[in-house]
Design a protein around this ligand. Structure first.
Ligand code: PLP
Length: 406
């Protein structure tokens, strides 16, 4: 016997816009690098050009490109002098890298809960997690919605600790009309294939402090001093450079970004309206100070009771059968991932007493994050590159699933 939803015709058969978008500008810029012969990542005109263009867009003094958005976090922490015995406060509702980068420096990630309205780190929880060993806070602009940069900036200044913005979801986002990435000591960017500005892989740091930016530049280039000799290594860094080909793609992508950003904002606003009266579906809120939202993801909360008790997995699978690429997103708070909950040997390397509270990740239970993992549905940003009118397909698919589920 077939189930109702397999017999119902799919709501959407037309494909959504493909990601990444590319065309003649990418081909031309890649050919320029190919024929120009400067393929490497340091001093290549394509790399310095992209760093300048991105810094202009972010209104920061510096942009330092690097291999990916994981290493960028590690470089930021290293440049701040963070290491064994230090604690860094991070949210648990994020990609692994936000917390694993801290372990990479032999420091300890301390998880602080998120707010229920935006899923960004909760400033009150940050304040409560600060202790004598706290050196920094990494705030994630989740899905592209800026974290509360007013409150976080004030808390970090008052406690003399650094703020790092993990802006891997937030290309083009702004807070009080100022681009994110320039509010803390560093902004950290990823250009991995799923991100809103991409070269397949890649990353960057943005910064306003000349000294910190200089250290970060040296760290990503084998500890070489700018303008120094090739075989003179002053710091313990690594080869974390990008190639000129990646920079060429990023410069082209940066030109496409404003139009894509505007389209995602328009489609997200339409989706908010389309979903406002759908039972059992609640999109996340938007802080009025979040003047620009990159919508790397479109997130909403799902109540099984409005859908005949279907689990969130079943609901996402039903939406996919109707041509809507919905997924559950992060299935677990990061502290429940085995790397944190089980592999305690990582932490022993930090010199910490394994009984020290922050190291007992298996005992953490942050309720807002637990709930977010249980009830969230994600739509990827390329859906929002369609025409605003096409957002009706999402609402129609959800209503169809609701009426065929009981
Ligand atoms: C993608 C991502 C990163 C890491 O980026 P990579 O380039 O894949 O290493 C860091 N933080 C968040 C929130 C991300 O989504």
């Amino acid at each position: 016997m077939s189930t109702p939803e397999t017999t119902a015709a799919p709501v959407r058969v037309a494909p959504w816009p493909r990601w990444p978008e590319h065309g003649e500008p990418e081909r031309r810029r890649l050919a320029e690098v190919l024929d120009g012969g400067m393929w490497n990542g340091i001093d290549a005109p394509a790399v310095t050009a992209f760093e300048r263009e991105f810094a202009e867009r972010l209104a920061t003094r510096h942009v330092i490109t690097c291999a990916n958005g994981t290493v960028s976090l590690e470089i930021a922490l290293a440049a701040l002098g963070i290491g064994a015995g230090d604690e860094v406060i991070v949210p648990p509702y994020t990609f692994l890298a936000t917390a694993s980068a801290v372990l990479g420096l032999n420091a300890l990630p301390v998880f602080a809960d998120i707010t229920p309205d935006t899923y960004c780190i909760d400033p009150a929880a940050v304040e409560a997690a600060i202790g004598p060993r706290t050196r920094a806070v990494i705030a994630v602009h989740l899905a592209g919605h800026p974290a509360d940069l007013d409150a976080l900036g004030e808390i970090c200044t008052r406690h003399g600790i650094a703020l790092i913005e993990d802006a891997a979801h937030a290309h083009g986002s702004s807070w009080r009309d100022r681009p994110v990435g320039g509010f803390g000591a560093f902004g950290s960017w990823s250009f991995q294939g799923s991100k809103n500005l991409t070269s397949g892989e890649g990353g960057a740091l943005s910064a306003n402090d000349d000294e910190l930016a200089g250290i970060a530049r040296e760290l990503r280039n084998c500890g070489r001093v700018e303008g120094g000799a090739w075989y003179d290594h002053q710091r313990f860094g690594g080869n974390w450079r990008i190639t000129a080909f990646q920079a060429a793609l990023l410069s082209a992508g940066l030109e496409r970004l404003p139009a894509q950003f505007a389209r995602r904002e328009a489609c997200a606003a339409r989706l908010d309206a389309e979903l406002s009266d759908v039972d059992g579906i609640r999109p996340l809120a938007r802080d009025p100070r979040a003047t620009g939202h990159a919508h790397h993801l479109y997130l909403f909360r799902y109540s099984p009771s409005a859908f005949g008790g279907r689990s969130v997995e079943e609901f996402c699978a039903a939406l996919r059968r109707h041509g809507i690429p919905a997924s559950r997103g992060y299935p677990l708070p990061l502290y429940r991932q085995p790397v944190f909950a089980r592999q305690r040997f990582d932490l022993l390397a930090t010199g910490w007493d394994p009984g020290h509270p922050p190291t007992r990740y298996d005992r953490i239970d942050l309720p807002v994050c637990e709930r977010a993992c249980a009830e969230s549905v994600w739509l990827p940003h390329h859906v929002l590159l369609a025409e605003p009118d096409e957002m009706a397909d999402v609402a129609t698919a959800i209503r169809t699933v609701a009426t065929t589920s009981s």
